[in-house]
Design a protein around this ligand. Structure first.
Ligand code: ADP
Length: 258
């Protein structure tokens, strides 16, 4: 109800304050509309690339497949790869849009157990050795599935952007009222001026380098969103002597909840 949320002004001062508030709201709405428009345009562009690839190979086979059937298997492999890219992209887009309306169920979660199980599941999927360091006990007031998603996205990125035989460190720390999860690798690293940008939707560092590695540029946007929904925050630091460290802090145990 409008009348309940915005006070009816009756002095010039109140009218003035209300108009300032109104303009602020209008500005933030405008920015949101612009952001949405940019997002739709970026998403369309990203989908257009694999579609062009698929159509190119279909045309190639239509034109030369009869006389040169030996080209068909390669084209089929390429078409399969491009449609897989589209599938990943669409799944990530759906996940992002679902999270716009999401309200997460949170509870006091035993992070030591969730992270240990998560690492055990991820280890067979990566060539690197995952080194796990956890305290005896750490609880966080979060959604347990969110923790799995964050851990998996960060470990899979560490895997993608570092040497096949290197080490990935997963460290959990109790830091006062909050809990900190760190995922570090010894890979290519992220330059300082790129660090804030990698959380943007579709952003990939140095496309020529990233293009060699499959990805949508949506993974970290999703991580940031999930972390925020859990009242946490995520930052990037350098790992010494090389590589990247993602630092996620989450709210610790909520004593008011059983
Ligand atoms: P994707 O990996 O699908 O490209 P992300 O949103 O997960 O998308 O990451 C965005 C970009 O950030 C990547 O393309 C890569 O350039 C950079 N990046 C992410 N994680 C790492 C990492 N651990 N080390 C180096 N660069 C990374």
């Amino acid at each position: 109800n409008y009348q309940e949320t915005l006070p009816v002004p009756d002095t010039p001062d109140e009218v003035h304050n209300l108009s300032i508030e109104f303009n602020r709201l209008l500005q933030s709405l405008n920015q949101q509309v612009l952001r949405n428009r940019q997002f739709v345009s970026d998403a369309s562009h990203e989908l257009r690339t694999p579609i062009a690839g698929i159509r190119g190979h279909v045309a190639l086979v239509q034109r030369h497949g009869r006389d040169h059937p030996e080209i068909i298997p390669d084209s089929l492999t390429a078409i399969d790869g491009e449609s897989l890219k589209m599938q990943h992209l669409i799944e990530s887009l759906l996940q992002l849009s679902r999270m716009d309306q999401a309200e997460l169920q949170r509870s006091n979660v035993d992070l030591v157990s969730v992270i240990s199980k998560g690492v055990a599941q991820l280890q067979p999927q990566v060539s690197q050795t995952i080194r796990l360091q956890v305290p005896a006990h750490a609880e966080a007031y979060v959604n347990a599935d969110s923790v799995d998603q964050i851990l998996s996205a960060l470990v899979m990125n560490a895997h993608k952007y570092s040497a096949a035989d290197s080490v990935i460190d997963v460290v959990l720390l109790e830091t006062g009222p909050r809990v900190t999860l760190m995922v570090s690798d010894n890979g290519v690293g992220i330059p300082d001026d790129e660090k804030p940008k990698v959380f943007d939707r579709f952003y990939r560092v140095d496309s020529s380098r990233s293009k060699k590695v499959a990805g949508t540029g949506l993974g970290l946007a999703i991580v940031q969103k999930i972390v925020e929904l859990n009242d946490g925050d995520v930052t990037i630091a350098d790992n010494k002597p090389r590589g990247t460290r993602f630092v996620v802090t989450l709210p610790g145990k909520n004593e008011n909840v059983i």
